[in-house]
Design a protein around this ligand. Structure first.
Ligand code: IPD
Ligand code: CA
Ligand code: CA
Length: 266
């Protein structure tokens, strides 16, 4: 296996163990508020420190972009690690069992390796550019559902940037009646991993951060799925707006959502 992916897996499993240790002790944690509806606990920080230590022991000059501690890029390495130590913090803090560790590596700015790890179910989703995506030891493939009719979609609500709520609701109204259902589980990294695994047929969300989606996007691409921002281009890590799906669902979803997207989200 690719050595960098091995280190990413080790880092994700260590972080998963830290998260599990606190799962039934959430009431003892110190929690602070970063912004409206945006919380961080000492578990997010401990998990992130452990991931960064594991990476820097193996690759001391690599760049790091991590949700809680920011960006470190003081070398001219071609590699950057994009880390969300706990994706689904609100779920975790409520004891709602849906959260994960997400770690991606880019090479010269292109997604290269990815790990999404669900410690509760011990599900390890991995991808290497050009070599496919795996769940534990099984190869992943997106679903072959034909189009939106009868499809199961995932999404995220714009709970932080509520100025986009009306836009979101008009997108929802356009898509919902065509589908078999829409889920909002609360961890974008897992939503994208589930799409790669064929458990969801499509997904969209406004205003994600790079660390929420980088690993999940490579999983989808390597499982045969498609991903774009709201303009149909590949600028999602910067705009934060994401549409994804198996190829047939993706094209229809992009077409249905496009008329509802205001200029500032394109
Ligand atoms: C959040 C989750 C959620 C998504 C939010 C993210 P966090 O990440 O991925 O599903 O809707 O946009 O911020 O804050 O729990 O790491
Ligand atoms: Ca996140
Ligand atoms: Ca997080």
């Amino acid at each position: 296996m690719e050595p960098m992916l091995n280190i990413a897996i080790r880092a994700a499993r260590n972080a998963g163990n830290i998260i599990l240790r606190y799962t039934n002790r959430v009431d003892t944690l110190s929690i602070s508020k970063k912004a409206q509806n945006d919380f961080v606990s000492e578990v997010d920080k401990k998990a992130e420190d452990s991931i960064i230590n594991t990476i820097l022991q193996a690759y001391p000059d690599h760049h790091i972009m991590a949700e809680e501690s920011g960006t470190k890029d003081n070398s001219n390495s071609i590699y950057q690690w994009i880390i969300d130590p706990l994706d689904g913090t609100t779920n975790f803090l409520h004891g709602f069992p849906q959260y994960a560790v997400s770690i991606a590596i880019t090479e010269k700015g292109k997604l290269y390796q990815a790990v999404v790890y669900d410690p509760l179910r011990d599900e390890l989703f991995t991808a290497s550019r050009g070599s496919g995506a795996m769940l534990n030891n099984r190869r992943l493939r997106v679903s072959n559902h034909h189009g939106l009719s009868g499809a199961l979609l995932g999404t995220g609500f714009p709970f932080k940037q509520q100025e986009d709520l009306d836009t979101y609701l008009s997108m929802f109204r356009a898509v919902f009646p065509m589908t078999a259902g829409i889920r909002r589980p609360g961890s974008a990294a897992l939503d994208l991993a589930y799409l790669a695994a064929g458990r969801l047929d499509g997904f969209w969300e406004i205003g994600l951060n790079a660390w929420d989606m980088a690993a999940g996007i490579l999983l989808i691409q390597e499982a045969g799925g498609m991903v774009s921002d709201f303009s149909g281009t590949q600028n999602y890590l910067h705009t934060g707006n994401l549409i994804a799906g198996n190829p047939k669902v993706f094209n229809e979803l992009l077409k249905i959502l496009t008329p509802h997207i205001p200029a500032h989200l394109q």
